[in-house]
Ligand binder design. Structure first.
Ligand code: NOJ
Length: 547
């Protein structure tokens, strides 16, 4: 990408490589498969792709357990194929963002293996977080649970435990250790030198930790502590130093490399510091992943996040789906939650997902038509906002969650570590349907690593490509029009509108969303785009762009 600020209003398309397209027929998507689909991405009109991890991994957590940060998993491709993909994307004018996973490595990483083979107190163990067991029974150093369930401490057999915020196969790095810092600088340069345009930083608020308290706080005490300088795990001040070093590396390149932090914080004001020009530059705003399709909630989220982006001198991000949550076409097909219902947080699936789980995954109350209708309305709404939009592979086809995967097919650690309680995230990671028939709907010649449902046939790219009114063609039209409209955009302003609707303008470009079920009057102006057919009035669950 040649423009330094390209990322500010970019549409970024997230690819989960193992589920995108499989060229070599090993049932796992690969880099060559993505390269073969660059024309599809170009026609869709995205500005950049973000590749979820493609590094060597035993897949204890879908690739977020990295064995080697500077290589490609042989099941997915080679470094040469990575270069080919980057070249093909760049030739199509599409930027490349890779995922950096700096909070933890995999337990197969050479340095973790070295740590296990080294004695207590050795420099090799210093790179991770090892602690002695406590008391006569050599109990874990605290009663903390990992994000996927179970203890956050794993014994290594010599009286010590290591800490893992996620699965036991994901030991946390010790960011106080200079080797660790230097290693990641090397990794950032490695990919930047290969031509990547930016980085998505996994668990960006958790790298700096303080385990000096003795005893460590209990799980209950930890839960009561707000993230921030006094929390041992999240959002500590020392992160500023880490990201300032990274920023210096990003700025060695022309244009400077871009970074977006995966930052989940309850206190939104703390988000701004990750998004400044001295730090990562942008921070994810995940609020819409936890919001129902309701005007008041959307309005609050927009106002807060535009403010935060302004404070940071950055741009906001807008996200409705990713590889960690139930697809929004399904979330929106469920009955609305009670307004103001408290957020229920537990594990990697959250309150909306919990609602899904309560239904057993195949809830007859899911209204498929309404879900997609609202999904498109919400997409048009966010595409009109100032900032950058992150799309997740398959949402452009209108895919909903595959909720009824058999237990035997599931791969997500959150499913295995929470029996009977969490179904996990596999339902949004099922390989894409490219054709209506043929093995694995055109995903690859030898089947798919997660089973695809029969209903995928109707959502296949080939089917939607040929249908003028498909979700895919609507996304293409929306992205094209957005680009044109952005060329002459004015300041963002809310416009007064009836209850349960939102209306804003950016100069001549207006966006109006009817969140209710019943139609409302169409505001004045020429209709440029509509998420559902508009005929004199704006039907329920519909967004229109007017000019
Ligand atoms: C956030 C990633 O998005 C998720 O998929 C992963 O499980 C955790 N971080 C741990 O790396």
């Amino acid at each position: 990408m040649t423009q330094p600020e390209w990322w500010r209003d970019a549409v970024v398309y997230q690819i989960y490589p193992r589920s995108f397209a499989d060229l070599d027929g090993n049932t796992i998507g690969d880099l060559a498969g993505i390269t073969s689909r660059v024309p599809y991405l170009a026609k869709l009109g995205v500005d950049a792709v973000w590749l979820s991890p493609f590094y060597p991994s035993a897949l204890a957590d879908g690739g977020y357990d990295v064995d080697d940060y500077r290589d490609v998993d042989p099941a997915i491709g080679t470094l040469a194929e990575f270069d080919e993909l980057t070249a093909a994307l760049h030739a199509a004018g599409i930027g490349v963002i890779v995922d950096i996973v700096p909070n933890h490595s995999s337990n197969r990483h050479a340095w973790f293996q070295e740590a296990l083979a080294s004695p207590k107190g050795s420099p090799a163990r210093e790179r991770y977080i090892f602690r002695d067991g406590v008391g006569p029974d050599c109990a874990p150093p605290s009663d903390w649970t990992g994000a996927f369930g179970g203890s956050a401490w794993e014994p290594v057999g010599d009286g010590q435990y290591y800490y893992h915020m996620f699965a036991p196969e994901q030991p946390d790095w010790n960011w106080d250790d200079p080797d660790v810092r230097a290693e990641f600088i090397k990794t950032l340069r490695f990919w930047a030198d290969r031509g990547v345009d930016g980085f998505r930083i996994d668990v960006a608020a958790a790298l700096a930790k303080d385990f000096s308290a003795n005893p460590l706080p209990s799980a209950a005490e930890l839960a009561a502590l707000p993230a921030g300088p006094d929390h041992p795990l999240f959002d500590r001040d020392e992160l500023d130093g880490i990201y300032a070093e990274w920023r210096a590396v990003f700025n060695e390149y022309d244009p400077p490399r871009f970074a977006v932090g995966e930052v989940w914080l309850e206190d939104k004001r703390r988000l701004a510091r990750y998004a400044t020009g001295e730090s990562l530059g942008q921070a994810f705003n995940f609020d819409l992943l936890r919001a129902d399709f309701r005007a008041a909630d959307f309005r609050d989220i927009v106002t807060t996040n535009l403010d935060i982006a302004g404070i940071a001198g950055s741009s906001s991000t807008w996200v409705l789906s990713n590889h960690d949550v139930v697809r929004h076409a399904s979330r929106y097909g469920l009955p609305l939650t009670t307004p103001g219902a408290p957020f229920v947080g537990q594990g990697p699936t959250w309150d909306r997902d919990r609602k899904w789980l309560l239904t057993g995954g195949t809830d007859p109350a899911q209204d498929v038509g309404l879900g997609l209708r609202r999904a498109k309305a919400a997409t048009a709404f966010i595409l009109a906002l100032p900032g950058s939009t992150y799309l997740y592979q398959g949402e452009e086809l209108g895919l909903r969650e595959v909720a009824d995967l058999p237990a035997s097919a599931r791969q997500d650690p959150s499913f295995f570590r929470n029996p009977g309680f969490e179904v996990g995230r596999d339902g949004c990671r099922v390989p894409l349907p490219w054709t209506a028939c043929g093995p694995s709907f055109g995903f690859g010649p030898a089947g798919a690593h997660l089973p695809q449902p029969a209903w995928f046939a109707a959502y296949a790219v080939s089917v939607e490509d040929a249908d003028r009114d498909s979700t895919l063609n609507w996304y293409r039209a929306a992205l094209k029009l957005r680009k044109e409209l952005l060329a002459a955009v004015g300041p963002f302003e809310w416009v007064d509108s009836p209850a349960d609707t939102l209306h804003f303008r950016r100069g001549k470009w207006q966006c109006f969303t009817n969140f209710a079920d019943d139609p409302v009057a169409l505001p004045a102006g020429e209709v440029l785009l509509a998420s559902s057919p508009v005929d004199g009035a704006v039907p329920g669950a519909t967004t229109v762009w007017l000019g």
